[in-house]
Design a protein around this ligand. Structure first.
Ligand SMILES: *[C@@H]1O[C@H](CO)[C@@H](O)[C@H](O)[C@H]1NC(C)=O
Ligand SMILES: *[C@@H]1O[C@H](CO)[C@@H](O)[C@H](O)[C@H]1NC(C)=O
Ligand SMILES: *[C@@H]1O[C@H](CO)[C@@H](O)[C@H](O)[C@H]1NC(C)=O
Ligand SMILES: *[C@@H]1O[C@H](CO)[C@@H](O)[C@H](O)[C@H]1NC(C)=O
Ligand SMILES: *[C@@H]1O[C@H](CO)[C@@H](O)[C@H](O)[C@H]1NC(C)=O
Length: 372
C-alpha cells in the first residue's frame, strides 16, 4: 500500500503495462490506431467495431510460435468415424475437390470443441470455407458468388457434410452463418470478367499469394489490398468518393463487407485452397487477437479478498479461483490473454484493489489462456 502513486500507477497493471508496451513498440507505425480497452460496468467487451480499415497492432515478438492454433488441442479430438451424408442433389459441385478444406473445417469445429473455440478457430475457418466454396462453385461459370437458390442447397449440403465428418451441427448459430454468406448479394460486382476489369489483380495477387503470419498482423500487406479492391468494386469501379454509396454509411459498410467476400472468392480461385485458407486464417487471426473474449463478471469475491487489510493467502486463493473459472469459458490466444490480463487488472484497480496482485500471487499469461 505504501507504493508511491508516481511509480507506474498503483502497480497493479504495471506488470502488464510493461508487457503491453513492449508489444506496442513492435508496432510503432500503427500506434496511432491503437484502441484502449475501456471495461464498462459489466466488464464485457463487445466485438471491436468493424471499420473499413481494421487497426492491426500485433508484434511478431509476442505471436505464438505455433502458427497452427489447433495443434495443442489435437489430443482432445475424438477419433470420429465419418458417415455418408445425405445431400440435396441440387448443389452442383464436386465435393471431393474440396475435401481438404471440408476436413479441416470439420476438425476445427468438432463437436466437443466448437463452442469453446468458435470465435478463435471454428468460425474463421468456416468463413474461409465459404470463400473457397464460392470460388469452387462459380469458377468455370465466370462467377464469384452463388445465386440464392444454389446458396440454399449448397449451404445445406456443406452443413451435412461437415456434420458427417464430426463437426458441430450448431455452426450456423455459433458463427451467425446463413446461406446468404455464399451470395454476397449487395456487392455490385459478381462475375470474374468485371472484377478483372476493375481491380488491379496482379497487385492483389502479389499482396496475398503468400501471407506471412508474423508480418501481416503488424505490417499488413494483404488486408489493405483486399480492402482497397473491395472498396473499389463496391462503388462499381467509380472513384472511392465519387459514388452514391458512401463507404462509411451503414449501407456502404455492408456493401464493402460483401465485396470483401467477392475479393476473397477471387483470391480462392487464383490460389490453391491450402494457400488461400492459410491467408484467410492469418487475416482473421490478426483481428481475433485484438480483444479479450472472456467475461469478467462480478469480481467482488476478488475485490473483497484482495482489498484493504487483506491477507495474501486468501487474496491469492480468491484470485486464482476466479481466473481459473473465467479461463475455462473459452479458448483464448496468447495475445488475447494479454488483453484479458490488462483489462481485468484495470478493472480490479478501479474497484480499489491497490496491490500488484498478479505479482503477489504469481499470476501470469498462462493463467488466462488454456493454450500456452
Ligand atoms: C481411436 O484411436 C485409437 C488410437 O489412435 C484406436 O486405438 C481406437 O480404435 C480409435 N477408436 C475409434 C472409435 O476409431
Ligand atoms: C470429382 O473430382 C475427383 C478428383 O478431384 C474425381 O476423381 C471425380 O471423378 C470427380 N467427380 C465427378 C462427379 O466429376
Ligand atoms: C455471415 O454473414 C453475416 C452477415 O450477414 C456476418 O455477420 C457473419 O459474420 C458471416 N459469417 C461468416 C462465418 O462469415
Ligand atoms: C452458371 O450460370 C448460369 C447463369 O447464371 C446458371 O444458369 C447456371 O446454373 C450456372 N452453372 C453453375 C454450374 O452454377
Ligand atoms: C497494378 O499495380 C502494379 C503495382 O503492384 C503497378 O505496377 C501497375 O502499374 C498497376 N497496373 C495498373 C493497370 O494500374
Amino acid at each position: 500500500m505504501e507504493r508511491g502513486s508516481g511509480s507506474c500507477f498503483h502497480g497493479i497493471v504495471c506488470h502488464w503495462l510493461v508487457l503491453v508496451l513492449i508489444w506496442l513498440c513492435g508496432c510503432q507505425h500503427v500506434l496511432s490506431q491503437q484502441t484502449t480497452l475501456k471495461p464498462k460496468d459489466k466488464f464485457l467487451l463487445s466485438d471491436p467495431p468493424i471499420g473499413l480499415f481494421d487497426p492491426i497492432e500485433i508484434s511478431p515478438s509476442v505471436l505464438p510460435h505455433n502458427t497452427n492454433p489447433v495443434e495443442p488441442l489435437s489430443p482432445m479430438y475424438p477419433n470420429y468415424t465419418s458417415y455418408d451424408p445425405v445431400l440435396t442433389g441440387k448443389c452442383h459441385v464436386n465435393f471431393s475437390d474440396l475435401s481438404f478444406i471440408m476436413d479441416k473445417t470439420a476438425s476445427d469445429c468438432s463437436v466437443p470443441l466448437a463452442p469453446l473455440v468458435a470465435d478463435v478457430i471454428c468460425c474463421p475457418q468456416v468463413s474461409s470455407l465459404m470463400d473457397i466454396f464460392q470460388a469452387a462453385y462459380g469458377g468455370g461459370n465466370n462467377t464469384l458468388v452463388l445465386n440464392q437458390a444454389s446458396a440454399n442447397a449448397c449451404f445445406s449440403d456443406i452443413m451435412s457434410i461437415l456434420a458427417s465428418k464430426g463437426a458441430n451441427t450448431n455452426i450456423p448459430e455459433l458463427c451467425t452463418l446463413r446461406p446468404s454468406n455464399l451470395t454476397d448479394a449487395s456487392c455490385p460486382v459478381k462475375d470474374i470478367s468485371s472484377f478483372e476489369r476493375m481491380v488491379n489483380v496482379s497487385k492483389l495477387l502479389d499482396a496475398c499469394s503468400s501471407v506471412d503470419p508474423l508480418k501481416e498482423c503488424c505490417r499488413p500487406v494483404c488486408q489493405p489490398a483486399i480492402v482497397e479492391a473491395a472498396v473499389h468494386i463496391s462503388s462499381g469501379g467509380a472513384s472511392m468518393f465519387g459514388s452514391t454509396t458512401i463507404p462509411g454509411s451503414a449501407a456502404g459498410i455492408n456493401t464493402v463487407s460483401d465485396c470483401k467476400g467477392v475479393v476473397h472468392s477471387y483470391l480462392s480461385m487464383k490460389l490453391s485452397s491450402e494457400v488461400a485458407n492459410t491467408a484467410f486464417r492469418v487475416l482473421s487471426g490478426c483481428k481475433v487477437n485484438k480483444v479479450c473474449p472472456l467475461e469478467f463478471d462480478d469480481p467482488s469475491s476478488v475485490v473483497k479478498a484482495c482489498g484493504k487489510a487483506s491477507s495474501r493467502p486468501s487474496c491469492c486463493t480468491a484470485l486464482q479461483s476466479y481466473i481459473a473459472t473465467r479461463q475455462k469459458q473459452i479458448f483464448v490466444t496468447n495475445l488475447q490473454a494479454i488483453n484479458c490480463a490488462t483489462m481485468f487488472g484495470s478493472m480490479l484497480q478501479k474497484a480499489g484493489v491497490g496491490n500488484d496482485i498478479y505479482g503477489l500471487c504469481d499470476i501470469d499469461l498462462k493463467d488466462f489462456s488454456l493454450q500456452v
